[in-house]
Write a protein that binds this ligand. Structure first.
Ligand code: NAP
Length: 281
């Protein structure tokens, strides 16, 4: 059993990045974060992203818009940031207040500044094997599996969850690693039996400790993306304490995929900066 902490791996990645940013002689990379409304969880996420940027020397600025903003106003801000030469990355914090079309607004972000990798252009590039920004959480999942020492080629990877944020991009990343990929969702029949076939299991559901021993094959590499709260404490999809001995590698929740998502956001912002400035990464 190899418990891999995203909190430790992300720290190493962030230190490496901080050294690269510190060595710059010109302007620093800059991330613009747009927060519409006052959702308390989003406020916490945005603050932690800002703090992480500052820690590695990336400049970050949050643009706060009132919850009742019209779509045209949010789109106007995105367009202004698209054109601002000092801005390398733009992140639209989700979820958006009701009445705003998330998909339409995300697609307003210039693909080269879309550091969340969520625009249709970047999703299409990933699906077609072309270079572009890739969503941060799936990239962090791959980092964690690599850190576990997982040998991907020919392995059966089962992903539970099929959203644009996690499951869909992960299909392409795992295929690129020569895995055989199965994607499950709420209509999948006999989910435990499918999961028991997995050499690699990635759970992105959001149901506390759902994945018990019944879902696990001995020797699996398991990465927990799901986040729930139980009695005020953050909890993952994996029934960690009861399955960890069976796994060749496993991530905890918290201290697993969360910090990796932020580390990858910083990397994507650095990547956007390097592409724009013509630097080697
Ligand atoms: P989401 O919009 O919450 O959707 C959940 C996914 O799980 C859907 O694809 C859904 O299937 C599937 N699902 C729901 N119940 C299921 C069941 N009983 N059996 C099998 N599949 C089921 O997804 P998301 O935005 O990708 O987020 C997933 C989880 O990851 C959430 O807990 C979220 O908070 C967390 N998250 C964590 C990070 C991180 O950094 N750690 C980042 C992003 C998200 P259908 O498509 O059929 O509805």
């Amino acid at each position: 059993m190899n418990i891999v902490y995203g909190s430790e791996l992300s720290e190493r990645m962030n230190q490496e990045l901080a050294a690269k940013v510190a060595a710059l002689t010109g302007r620093k990379p800059r991330l613009a974060v747009i927060l519409v409304g006052e959702d308390p969880a989003s406020q916490i996420y945005v603050r932690s992203k800002e703090k992480a940027c500052h820690k590695v020397g990336i400049e970050a600025e949050t643009f706060l818009l009132p919850a009742e903003s019209r779509e045209v106003e949010v789109a106007g801000l995105i367009e202004r940031l698209n054109e601002d030469p000092a801005v390398d990355g733009i992140l639209l914090q989700l979820p958006l207040p009701k009445g705003l079309d998330k998909d339409k607004l995300i697609d307003k972000i210039a693909a080269e500044k879309d550091v969340d990798g969520l625009t249709s252009i970047n999703a299409g590039r990933l699906a077609n094997g072309l270079s572009g920004h890739v969503p941060c959480t799936p990239l962090g999942v791959i980092d964690l599996l690599e850190e576990m020492g997982c040998d991907f080629s020919g392995k059966h990877a089962v992903i539970v969850g099929r959203t644009r944020l996690v499951g869909l991009p992960l299909i392409h990343l795992l295929l690129k690693k020569n895995c055989t990929v199965t994607v499950c969702h709420s209509r999948t029949q006999d989910l435990p039996a499918v999961c028991r076939q997995a050499d690699i299991l990635v759970t992105a559901v959001g149901k506390a400790r759902m994945f018990t021993k019944d879902y696990i094959k001995e020797g699996v590499y398991a990465v927990d993306v799901g986040i729930s709260r139980v009695d005020g404490k953050i909890c993952g999809d994996l029934d960690f304490d009861n399955i960890k001995e069976l796994c060749a590698g496993i991530t905890p929740m918290p201290k697993g995929t969360g910090p990796m998502t932020i580390a990858r956001l910083l990397r994507n912002t650095w990547q956007a900066y390097c592409w724009r400035e013509g630097y080697d990464q």
